[in-house]
Design a protein around this ligand. Structure first.
Ligand SMILES: NC(=O)c1ccc[n+]([C@@H]2O[C@H](COP(=O)([O-])OP(=O)(O)OC[C@H]3O[C@@H](n4cnc5c(N)ncnc54)[C@H](O)[C@@H]3O)[C@@H](O)[C@H]2O)c1
Length: 258
């Protein structure tokens, strides 16, 4: 699939995996809309690639449509990479055994809302816009890449909300690809392992935590780089024979219970 002279939407594009993907898509000739809640970082990333920033909560349909409109105003929208997401850690049952300390249900709902519902919201609306594209030789009209996590398959203690949200993203991949085959839009999913991004924070303890994580990686013995994620995301978009796939990008890591 041709990326040059098309537009692309990257949610969570102000940071980490999304930011690296914005840069990789721009390097392939796509006009990129950076979709994020973080206006300061989002504006800066967009400006650095002659792109556009769209201040947008991925769970809000009107804001997502406005971001899609910003993309189609640049060029036909052929690519979407969903990276917006939040992490949360809490055990299901509290240490004191009281009902009040059971996993916060509002937090559980929030993680599902942003990670799962936000991802699907962008997919349904972007694919609708793509369905109006003039098809390529395959009848293709665009492609979507969603970001799950290895926690969809090996969620750790305290990851019940996050893993549920990411498991949902894995689960929707095949039916989404099947639905969208009617309009020539492909859908794939990446399950990243441990990638070095701001999601781990910047405190001295974050560095220790990341070093501990890296020690469990099969090979190479390090965290992944955001550019390694971006490279795979671009390949899943550009390679017209990739569809309905869920690909682990994890250097062989299998997360233990904790
Ligand atoms: N870094 C890792 O090791 C890793 C591993 C597996 C999966 N992931 C997933 O990859 C994705 C990107 O993670 P990252 O490490 O780059 O994190 P990050 O925190 O660096 O970036 C996430 C971005 O999403 C944005 N965002 C959050 N909620 C949003 C919303 N409602 N609407 C719009 N934007 C919103 C944030 O402002 C931020 O810029 C997430 O979905 C995360 O769960 C990351």
């Amino acid at each position: 699939m041709e990326l040059n002279n098309t537009s692309a939407l990257v949610t969570g594009g102000a940071s980490g995996l999304g930011e690296a993907t914005v840069r990789a898509l721009a390097a392939r000739g796509a006009r990129v809309v950076v979709v994020d809640l973080n206006a300061e970082r989002g504006e800066a990333v967009a400006a650095s690639v002659q792109g556009v920033f769209a201040s947008c909560d991925v769970t809000d349909p009107a804001q997502v449509i406005a971001a899609i409109d910003a993309a189609t105003a640049l060029a036909p929208l052929w690519s979407v990479v969903n990276c917006a997401g939040i992490a949360w850690a809490q055990r299901t049952v509290g240490k004191d055994g009281e009902y009040a300390s059971a996993h916060d249900l509002d937090v559980y709902r929030k993680v599902i809302e942003v990670n799962l519902i936000g991802t699907f919201n962008v997919c349904r609306l972007a694919a609708t816009a793509m369905s109006h594209n003039t098809p390529d030789d395959d009848g293709g009209r665009g492609a979507l890449v969603n970001t799950a996590s290895v926690a969809a398959q090996d969620g750790q203690i305290g990851q019940v909300a996050y893993s549920s949200s990411k498991g949902g993203i894995v689960g929707l991949t095949l039916p989404l690809a099947r639905d969208l085959s009617a309009v020539g839009v492909r859908a794939n999913c990446i399950l990243p392992g441990l990638i070095d991004t701001p999601i781990y924070g910047f405190a001295p303890e974050s560095e220790e935590f990341k070093a501990r994580l890296a020690s469990g990686v099969l090979f190479p013995h390090r965290l992944g780089q955001p550019s390694e994620f971006a490279s795979l995301a671009v390949e899943l978009l550009a390679n017209s024979y990739m569809n309905a796939a869920c690909v682990r990008l994890d250097a062989g890591v299998r997360l233990p219970p904790k």
